[in-house]
Design a protein around this ligand. Structure first.
Ligand code: A3P
Length: 313
C-alpha cells in the first residue's frame, strides 16, 4: 500500500524551519501517525516499504535520542559473539547501518557522505543488525511476515526533547531558543515525531516474543540486567564475567572515547563537526530541569493521556 503524505503547514512550522541552518526544506507528515520527514522522502518511503527483510536480521527500532547508539553497540556485540576486535575496527555506522539515514538528512550532508544507506543495508552480510527510527507503518512490510527479532528502546519524553535539541544544534545548526524547540517538539514538528504515538505502537506489541521493549532508564539503572535480558532474547548465553565486561564496554565514558561508537568518522565525513562528540551527557531527568514548569506539565499530561488508553499507567 502506498504511504500517505501531507505537507506540514502553519506559521509555527515555518518559523521553526527558518531557524535551521541546514535542512530548511518543506516537511511532510508520513503515514497514519504523521511521522515528520522531508517531503522529498516520498519516493524513499515506498522503497523502504518494499525493502527485503531476512529472518535472521536483528532490527533496532527507536525514536531518535532514546539510547539507540547504546543499544546498537550492545546488540551488535551480542549477535557477533562479543567480537570486541571487530567492534573497534569497524565503525558502528557500518556494522549496524541506519536504514533511512541518507534519505532524510539535509542534502548538503548526504552529498558528503557518499553512501546510500538503504543500499548498504540491503547488501550487508547476514546476520544483519539494522537501525531505524521509522514509525511502524513506514517500516518494511516484510518485518511483519518474516518476523526477525526487533529491539525497541523508549526514553522519557522530556529527556528525549532535550537530547533532540542538542542534536538539532549539532546536525542542523538550529539557532532558536530551547523553550521554542520544546514547543515545536510537543507540537510534532521535529523529524520523526510524534514521539508518543511512535512509542505507543511498539508498547502495544511488547508481549510479542519477537519484540523486546527496553527503556533508556532501565539501562541507566541496571545495565547488566538489560544485557542479560537482551542476550536471552537473542538466544545467547553469557557468563557473569562476560556480562560485566560488556557493561564496562558500554559505559558512556568508554563509548565516548571509542571512535567506532562516537561516530567520529561519520561526523567528519559529513562535515558536521570535527570536535563535538555525538555522545553527550547521558543522564536521566535533564528535561525536568531545563523545561519551564508549564512545558514539563504539558509533556507529562500528554504521556499520561496517550498511555492511559493502554491501561498500563
Ligand atoms: P543525551 O543527549 O541526553 O546525553 P540516540 O543514540 O538514540 O541518538 O540517543 C542519544 C542519547 O543517548 C544521548 O543522550 C547520548 O548521550 C546517550 N548515550 C549514548 N551512549 C550512551 C551510553 N553508553 N550510556 C548512556 N547514555 C548514552
Amino acid at each position: 500500500m502506498a504511504v500517505t503524505v501531507r505537507p506540514l503547514k502553519g506559521e509555527r512550522a515555518e518559523k521553526f524551519l527558518s531557524l535551521h541552518q541546514r535542512g530548511n526544506e518543506p516537511q511532510g507528515l508520513f503515514g497514519p501517525t504523521g511521522c515528520v520527514l522531508p517531503l522529498r522522502f516520498t519516493d524513499s518511503a515506498q522503497q523502504i516499504k518494499e525493502f527485503e527483510v531476512r529472518e535472521d536480521d536483528v532490527w533496532i527500532i527507536t525514536p531518535p535520542q532514546s539510547g539507540t547508539t547504546w543499544t546498537q553497540e550492545m546488540v551488535w556485540l551480542l549477535v557477533n559473539d562479543l567480537n570486541y576486535d571487530k567492534s573497534k575496527e569497524t565503525s558502528l555506522f557500518k556494522r549496524c547501518p541506519f536504514l533511512e539515514f541518507s534519505r532524510f538528512l539535509p542534502e548538503a550532508i548526504v552529498k558528503n557522505l557518499e553512501m546510500d544507506t538503504l543500499e548498504f543495508a540491503a547488501n550487508d552480510t547476514s546476520p544483519r543488525c539494522i537501525k531505524s527510527h521509522l514509525h511502524k507503518q513506514l517500516l518494511p512490510e516484510q518485518l511483519w511476515t518474516k518476523k526477525p527479532k526487533i529491539v525497541f528502546v523508549a526514553r522519557e519524553p522530556k529527556d528525549v526533547a532535550v537530547s533532540s535539541f542538542h542534536q538539532y544544534e549539532l546536525v542542523r545548526g538550529y539557532k532558536g531558543d530551547r523553550e521554542f524547540y520544546f514547543q515545536c517538539f510537543y507540537e510534532d514538528m521535529v523529524q520523526f515525531t510524534p514521539l508518543w504515538e511512535h512509542v505507543l505502537e511498539f508498547w502495544k506489541m511488547k508481549d510479542d516474543p519477537k519484540i523486546l521493549f527496553n527503556t533508556y532508564e532501565e539501562m541507566k539503572q541496571d545495565l547488566p540486567a538489560v544485557i542479560r535480558r537482551t542476550a536471552k532474547f537473542l538466544g545467547k548465553i553469557l557468563s557473569e564475567e562476560q556480562v560485566t565486561r560488556l557493561a564496562e564496554h558500554l559505559d558512556i565514558k568508554r563509548m565516548k572515547e571509542n571512535p567506532s561508537t562516537n561516530c567520529v568518522d561519520l561526523l567528519r565525513k559529513a562535515r558536521i563537526s570535527d570536535e563535538q562528540p555525538f555522545i553527550r551527557k547521558g543522564v536521566v531527568g535533564e528535561g525536568r530541569r531545563l523545561m519551564s514548569p508549564e512545558m514539563a506539565a504539558r509533556f507529562d499530561a500528554r504521556t499520561r493521556r496517550v498511555f492511559q488508553e493502554t491501561g498500563d499507567i
